[in-house]
Write a protein that binds this ligand. Structure first.
Ligand code: MG
Length: 267
């Protein structure tokens, strides 16, 4: 790797939430102290999530309830990144959406046109973390992709972690099913696509190497940092075990047990 930015020189921290800041409704020790420390050092932070099933405001409320200072500017979801992508690339194209109501609303706020569930035509199929997925919607999505519609998805995460080592199937698993059926692969807009880092670095007027991305998942969080030319910081508080890390081709720049240890290092 080229000259790596020391942790103390990072100006903008992009923080994964599940497994890094909290598990469901429980803050991970050290998370609140870490954010306080960034505020005192006049640094910026944005909570970055691939979860496209909730609105950005939902995360603002969740963080605030957990006692973490958070406004709409401190949250960036793969749903918002998808909205920006669609609005910047052929915004007149129609969308067939596999997604929740909040994703529907988020995309519409960027001015894109979403066709009804039983529509016969669409230019693009967008797959999100659709917790209301039905078989007829899957069939229609496959038919449209077979007919030439572009295949896009918010994020490749195969599962969403829950408490007590449970998980629920996520967008990446739905996409693999569609890929198996159609032979087509989606363009993923969320992590590990560098796109989310590029948008946020530009917005805050930093270069990508002044940005640090902290997360617990190698193939999304850490890969994003590497793809974007930013600093990638793995926490072992979530899904990555020493065995997973040892066998992964994705190697983080820094590794910590949890956010508590990053706090101790930068304070
Ligand atoms: Mg995570």
């Amino acid at each position: 790797m080229d000259k790596m930015t020391p942790l103390k020189d990072i100006q903008l921290f992009l923080l994964d939430m599940d497994g890094t800041i909290y598990f469901e409704n429980q803050l991970i020790p050290g998370a609140a102290e870490f954010i306080d420390c960034l505020i005192h050092q006049n640094k910026h932070y944005v909570f970055l999530t691939n979860n496209s099933s909730e609105s950005g405001m939902n995360y603002v409320h969740k963080m605030s309830k957990l006692g973490i200072p958070c406004s709409k500017d401190n949250v960036f979801t793969s749903a918002m990144a998808m909205g920006i992508y669609l609005a910047e690339n052929h915004p007149h194209k129609t969308i067939y959406l596999l997604g929740t109501q909040p994703l529907h609303q988020e995309l519409k706020s960027y001015g894109v046109e979403i066709v009804p569930e039983d529509a016969q035509q669409a230019d693009r199929v967008v797959v999100g973390f659709d917790k209301d997925l039905t078989y007829p919607k899957l069939v229609r999505a496959c038919e449209l992709i077979d007919g030439g519609a572009e295949f896009l998805a918010t994020h490749p995460d195969k599962v969403c972690p829950m408490k007590n080592n449970r998980y629920i199937p996520d967008c990446g698993s739905f996409c693999e099913m569609i890929t198996t059926a159609t032979g087509k692969k989606p363009l993923y807009i969320g992590k590990p696509n560098r796109n989310m880092v590029d948008i946020l670095a530009r917005k805050h007027h930093y270069s990508n190497n002044q940005v640090g991305i902290i997360g617990d998942r190698l193939y999304t969080d850490i890969a994003t940092g590497i793809n974007a030319g930013s600093v990638s910081i793995l926490v072992m508080s979530g899904e990555t075990t020493p065995e997973i890390l040892a066998s992964s081709p994705v190697k983080p720049h820094y590794i910590f047990d949890s956010i508590q240890d990053i706090f101790t290092t930068i304070q």
